[in-house]
Design a protein around this ligand. Structure first.
Ligand code: ATP
Ligand code: MG
Length: 439
């Protein structure tokens, strides 16, 4: 592979990003500070894939560089000089100064992450490393895989130089995920999970020598904090190919070392594999649930683990420390899953009583996996219609009719709602006749 990759930069990036990188390059050259694009962005550009986050590494004074950018182009800069990191967030004033032909400021936040080149040493396996300022070569050597350890230099005459001391481009060409040194997984076992993720995402193979390093690191997986291991599984579950990746984790015996109840069987695989991409998900669920960030990931966790018993979920939670919202959804999904057959021929009012207790994302997860048409339809009706049904009469009306406030309010309103749901009443008049009877 030729070392001048300026054409790659020009061809992979949109006008705006390219313009901004040129501006960085110019400023870095003026300060005689080597500046590089590194890691995933270089990998994805070479693969011809869309790039989103731009990680920049600087060899030199990060504060001086950040200040010079701020002075010239405005925006906002958050510098942590202690950690050697800076984030530049562009704002409208930047755009005015840039004189960039863009009709309006984009509605997403546009920012760039900048870090000082560093080397890392691991005092204790599985813990976070000690970090020291260093040069680009060390910075690439501290990384996880050769395919993630390439840099493209940006400043001045060096624009477009590929720095690839570890053979990343060749491994990328051959579709190989390879660690950089034999102690890599022992230093940081999260890399094992990352390897499986890249393998599954790009259809690559983990190198044989790299696979052979897993067994020595397996005992250290238990040292990883809940947050770190959960984060890796989160990243996997957010991938379109998540089902395949989990199957691979099971095959490589990487689930039990996290926690003995963590499994992946055929049934879990078909629950997850059928869901496919998140876009498909939007098409098949007509109801309007709040689709916040991480919805696909949360749904993935629920589909995967809903077959666990409450006991096992409780025990797994001690290891992974789920958020309380997620834990509630998982318990709910597990309850529904284990009592699924009781939803055949259930009355709408009973269904609402039962499902009304559960978080909607859990109900939706169970809807997706229900195979029996009748049961699926019950869940469908609940999500799209029944949960919205309310009587016309309100608490205020009951007060007006002289009823003492108390638990009877709830009972009466529930009774009226049930009558609507089950088709006993079909009009406002019928509702008030029923109310008269109840009072
Ligand atoms: P993705 O597309 O998954 O975001 P990425 O390469 O951008 O891929 P990040 O998790 O954003 O991955 O990390 C950025 C870079 O930091 C990686 O390319 C890699 O060089 C390095 N890196 C991340 N995690 C580790 C790790 N656990 N050990 C060593 N290097 C890492
Ligand atoms: Mg990234």
């Amino acid at each position: 592979m030729e070392s001048d990759h300026s054409a790659l930069l020009e061809n992979s990036l949109d006008g705006l990003h390219l313009e901004l990188l040129h501006l960085f390059a110019h400023q870095a050259a003026a300060l005689q500070t080597p500046l590089y694009l590194v890691g995933g962005v270089v990998r994805d550009m070479i693969l011809g894939r869309a790039v989103n986050d731009f990680d920049l590494v600087i060899e030199g004074d990060i504060t001086a560089f950040a200040e010079s950018i701020l002075k010239k182009y405005g925006g906002k800069i958050l510098v942590h000089s202690h950690f050697g990191t800076a984030k530049w967030i562009l704002n409208e004033s930047t755009f005015k100064r840039l004189d960039f032909p863009i009709s309006r400021f984009p509605d997403f936040e546009l920012s760039f992450d900048l870090v000082s080149a560093r080397s890392e040493t691991y005092a204790k396996p599985g813990a976070l490393p000690d970090v020291e300022r260093s040069n680009i070569d060390d910075d690439l050597r501290r990384r996880d895989f050769t395919i993630n350890a390439m840099a493209l230099r940006l400043d001045g005459n060096h624009y477009g130089e590929l720095i690839d001391p570890l053979g990343g481009a060749a491994d990328l060409d051959n579709g190989i995920v390879r660690v950089i040194h034999p102690k890599s997984f022992i230093d940081d076992p999260t890399r094992i999970y990352r390897a499986v993720r890249y393998e599954g995402r790009y259809g690559f193979q983990i190198a044989d020598e790299t696979l052979a390093l897993i067994s020595d690191a397996r005992p250290i997986i238990k040292e990883l904090s809940a947050e770190r291991i959960r984060h890796e599984l989160d990243l996997i579950l957010a991938e379109p190919n998540a089902a395949f990746m989990l199957a691979r984790l099971a095959e490589l015996d990487l689930l039990k070392p996290i926690h003995p109840v963590l499994f992946y069987d055929e049934a879990a695989h078909s629950r997850l594999a059928n869901i496919g991409s998140f876009r498909a998900l939007r098409r098949i669920s007509p109801w309007n649930l709040d689709r916040g960030e991480g919805t696909k990931r949360v749904l993935g966790w629920l589909l995967w683990l809903m077959s666990l018993s409450h006991n096992d979920i409780g025990s797994l939670n001690l290891r992974l420390q789920f958020s309380s919202d997620f834990l509630a959804s998982l318990f709910a999904a597990s309850t529904m899953f284990s009592t699924l057959s009781s939803f055949v021929d259930i009355k709408p009012s009973q269904c609402v009583e039962r499902l009304g207790l559960y978080p909607l994302n859990a109900v939706e997860a169970v809807y997706f996996i229900a195979l029996d048409e009748k049961i699926k339809n019950v869940f469908f009706k609940y999500l799209s219609e029944w949960r919205h049904v309310k009587p016309h009469v309100t608490g205020d009306d009951l007060k007006e009719r002289g009823l003492e406030p108390g638990p009877r309010y709830g009972e009466i309103l529930r009774r009226l709602r049930a009558a609507w749901l089950d088709g006993e009443i079909k009009s406002k008049e019928q509702e008030s006749t029923l109310l008269d009877e109840l009072l």
